[in-house]
Design a protein around this ligand. Structure first.
Ligand SMILES: Nc1c(NC[C@H](O)[C@H](O)[C@H](O)CO)[nH]c(=O)[nH]c1=O
Ligand SMILES: CC(=O)[C@@H](O)COP(=O)(O)O
Length: 154
């Protein structure tokens, strides 16, 4: 635990969570897992701020606004994109992932990717706290590791 949080000033670190409310039965569980993980590694409630957007497609816009504001030491994204009958799924997945990667590579602060992309709701639920773990929790831990890396490099 110390290794993850030892290389940045955890006591005043600010984390932003951008979550899509689409498939909210899934994404709300991702937020729960993320917040619990951040707390486990010592971040207080007032160090974590959750921002809601309608769907995954709106996540990059919110992340960019937060990066431009410059008040967070790390940002994580959470969502659940579930395949339907059309190619809408593919368009969302590819473009949201590309948008988040581009924002990440701005190199301001780390941005981690916690957006489930599944064939059906069952697969999503399994990755939101059931037998496949909680993608929100793992995305939060990855963010802390990247923030620690930033502290090591800077
Ligand atoms: N089908 C899913 C969506 N679709 C909505 C889009 O993300 C977007 O909000 C809309 O196109 C308006 O711009 N979003 C998800 O997060 N998950 C889905 O399965
Ligand atoms: C990922 C989506 O946008 C998808 O849920 C939409 O469903 P459909 O392709 O059947 O319109």
């Amino acid at each position: 635990m110390e290794e993850i949080t030892g290389k940045f000033n955890q006591s005043n670190a600010r984390v932003g969570i951008v979550v899509a409310d689409f498939n909210g039965a899934v994404t709300s569980k991702l937020v729960t897992g993320a917040v619990a993980t951040l707390a486990k590694f010592g971040l207080a409630d007032d160090q974590v701020t959750v921002f809601h957007v309608p769907g995954a497609f709106e996540i990059p816009f919110a992340v960019k606004k937060l990066l431009d504001k410059g008040e967070f030491d790390g940002i994580m994204t959470l969502g659940a994109v579930i395949k339907g009958e059309t190619d809408h799924y593919d368009l969302i997945c590819q473009n949201v992932a590309r948008g988040i990667m581009e924002l990440n590579l701005q190199g301001k602060v780390p941005v981690t990717f916690g957006i489930l992309t599944t064939d059906n709701i069952e697969q999503a639920m399994q990755r939101a706290g059931l037998k496949m773990g909680n993608e929100g929790a793992s995305t939060a831990q990855s963010l802390l590791e990247m923030m620690s890396l930033g502290g090591q490099i800077n």
